[in-house]
Design a protein around this ligand. Sequence first.
Ligand code: PEP
Ligand code: MG
Length: 312
Amino acid sequence: ALREEIRQWSGPAQTSDGHAVQLLANVQDGNAARKASLSLAEGVGLFRTELCFLTAQTEPSVNEQAKIYGEVFEAFSGKKVVVRTLDAGSDKPVPFANHGEEENPALGVRGIRLGWTNPGLVDRQLDAIAQAAEDNGVTEAWVMAPMIATVDEAYEFAQKCRERDLKPGIMVEVPAVAMLPEKFLEEVEFFSIGTNDLTQYTMAADRMGSALAQLTDPWQPGVLRLIANTAAAGQKMGKPVGVCGEAAADPLLACILIGLGITSLSMATGAIPGVGVQLGKVTLEQCKDAAAQVIDARNSRDAKELAAKLLG
Ligand code: PEP
Ligand code: MG
């Protein structure tokens, strides 16, 4: 029966009492974006640009990059598209990004840090995104940086975006950001929480290691607390805070996230209807109440059981 409900779901997502929830797609190129545009995704919440270049031996020119990014803007013309600058390194090495040999690449020069070893890389990518936005008549291009860890990094990135008329944001995936979100939100216009890495770094457990699956679980109360802290700052300061990690695709956790004040959820396109159906079964008040109880759970299993009892 649930399967049939999911098949027939027609969006847009809202709770049973009419609180709208923006459901967005995670995409990696023009093809994925065109497919997603035929789904009920209201936009793109995470365009993983590094996945366009996993085999590129040399850095594509600004024009070449603009053409690639433009395909995603074109597929979602008039809709929200959040482009993430290169998150190369660790599990996603990009040949032209000059990754050095590192003992612990997940804790190494990855994401925004690649700008340190590749002068001009971030600027050229932002030039390309700005060009793609202009070519496609996009008046508000949301751009975010991965792996931001300090307020100075956020400030510098935001400056570069504003110079190009791009709307600056950052991913929240390093616990240091989730611990003092207000300081970072003073510098940027929006947050997107990457729960995959936020969980990895909070629990000190490699997201690639299947033996650690119990730890790399966004239902861990420590992770939920950091998400709650981040969402509360967004509400206080009136700035959007989305979630774009796997957590957003878990229907029960999606309700908890909305209860915590998260404003949009971005996920694999196929997960959208399942989340939409679950949100439609609960009120915003129920989500808030469940969220308040779940962040007090003593372990991830209790958190899940409690959510299922209160929202299922
Ligand atoms: C995340 O870390 O949750 C995220 C969305 O980014 P990625 O999975 O690409 O590292
Ligand atoms: Mg990440």
